[in-house]
Ligand binder design. Structure first.
Ligand code: DLL
Length: 432
């Protein structure tokens, strides 16, 4: 099922033409209204007229998170505030917050792009959608909310947290679609198990999860525990929020809403495009945003584009699930490792609970990691021998799958912090 079939199944030629027209008008918009871009274009001696094909994109400058911070709060807005009807901001936990704005038209587009993602995942107006993303400055709650309303579903604006109440509402209101981060979905599933709630007595059918990296193994775990179809959806506030890309029911990569976003994949060191299909940093140019357009925004997210066509009929290119952020990459004895890869290995081991944390420490000049893993009570309270065997097994699997040696520490069930939003997988002790 499609939300806007003519766009989601557009021919690649028509798409390229549409993208070019929209790119050109975005470039005029920023060159006229945003001093930051005007100066950048001037420094590079380029003007919007020089961009006459999509291949010319590489002539344009990148935009980084630092640029957003330097122009805090409204410096990159391309419309006066009187035309802005909504403002969101990132939490700013890693520095100054970044602020983004939306016109009426932006909100309309945002809602319909999120509606596409929801429809692709199976949601219709017959569904009861429980949104357990935080409402507020975070784009997750409101973004999904407007999209679900556009679809015509019955929306429950639960927001995040208050887990007991989430479950009560899920049962009483007969929620059919759960929308939150994958780690929160797992927490809800665990508490259900603990409380003896019969999953088959619930009405859940779909789970739409995003906002943080997760692995295929984690998807399986959530699908089995909640008895749902779980799809991945991706976005970031600097570009819009959720609605940038989402999986269809094939669950094999996320269709990018390419009529609104132009995506490139670059090598984060050389800044050159990677070869087709290779992993690199996702760079996004918005094509329709009015209040807050961005040119070649460096997301720091790593993924690759899948060029094969999708059986669902959408012609929009898919990206593979985001494996992590360049800032979360760990270099262990020269090998690049992402938390999601560690997760993938852990989930395959019987007796290991899907809760873990990665502690990074510095040993001389080298970084080393210790993975804290929750194990079932039977193992935790059993003889030392069983624990030693488990530790050896995990170390061995990590060595074969990832090619690195890691420290492993088994911890008691429920001893690691649970997350109601984005999970914190890495505990970095290097700066302490
Ligand atoms: O997390 C937007 C969003 C909300 C997307 C709800 C999907 C669902 P930010 O708070 O700005 O916006 O964080 C954006 O989160 O650059 C990625 O690193 C990460 N991220 C978002 N979705 C995914 C995903 C929202 N599906 C940052 N897989 C992005 C992996 C994701 N990482």
């Amino acid at each position: 099922m499609y939300w806007e079939q003519e766009k989601e199944c557009i021919s690649r030629d028509d798409l390229a033409q549409l993208q070019l027209e929209r790119l050109q008008s975005t470039l005029y918009r920023v060159a006229t209204h945003v001093p930051f871009y005007r100066k950048k274009f001037k420094d590079l001696a380029i003007s919007p007229e020089d961009i006459s094909s999509l291949d010319d994109l590489s002539k344009l400058p990148f935009t980084t998170k630092q640029d957003l911070r330097d122009n805090y709060p409204y410096g990159l807005f391309a419309v006066p505030l009187r035309e802005v009807v909504r403002i969101h901001a990132s939490s700013g936990t890693t520095g100054q917050a970044t602020v983004v704005g939306y016109t009426h038209n932006d909100i309309k587009n945002w809602s319909s792009l999120v509606a596409r993602v929801l429809t692709g995942a199976g949601v219709t107006k017959d569904d009861v959608v429980q949104i357990a993303f935080g409402y507020g400055m975070f784009t997750g709650g409101f973004g999904l909310h407007y999209g679900a309303e556009a679809v015509g579903a019955s929306v429950i604006p639960m927001s995040s947290g208050n887990t007991k109440r989430q479950l009560q509402i899920m049962e009483d209101f007969r929620t059919t679609a759960l929308v939150c981060t994958p780690s929160y979905a797992l927490l809800l599933a665990d508490i259900m198990e603990e409380k003896g709630i019969d999953i088959n007595a619930l009405s859940l059918k779909y789970g739409l999860f995003g906002g943080e990296p997760w692995s295929e193994a984690m998807r399986n775990e959530i699908q089995n525990k909640l008895n749902i179809i779980a799809t991945d959806n991706y976005g970031l506030s600097e570009v819009m929020g959720p609605g940038v890309a989402g999986e269809c029911q094939e669950r094999n990569g996320l269709h990018i809403n390419e009529d609104h976003f132009l995506v490139e994949v670059i090598n984060p060191d050389t800044l050159e495009p990677v070869a087709p299909g290779e992993i690199g940093e996702i760079v996004i140019t918005t094509l329709t945003k009015e209040a807050f357009p961005v040119i070649r925004y460096r997301t720091r997210d790593l993924s690759r584009l899948l060029s094969e066509s999708c059986p669902c009929g959408r012609t929009l290119t898919r990206m593979q699930r985001v494996m992590g952020r360049t800032d979360d990459m760990l270099i262990i004895k020269g090998v690049n490792v992402y938390p999601s890869q560690i997760e993938e290995v852990l989930f395959e081991i019987e007796g290991v609970k899907p809760h873990y944390q990665i502690v990074v420490e510095r040993d001389g000049r080298l970084d080393k990691i210790t993975v804290l893993v929750e194990v079932s009570e039977v193992i935790f309270f059993d003889q030392m021998k069983k624990q030693r065997e488990m530790i050896e097994l995990i170390k061995k699997r990590m060595a074969t799958e990832l090619g690195i040696g890691v420290g492993v520490k088994l911890v008691e069930e429920k001893s690691l912090e649970r997350s109601e939003g984005k999970a914190k997988r890495i505990v970095d002790k290097r700066q302490l």
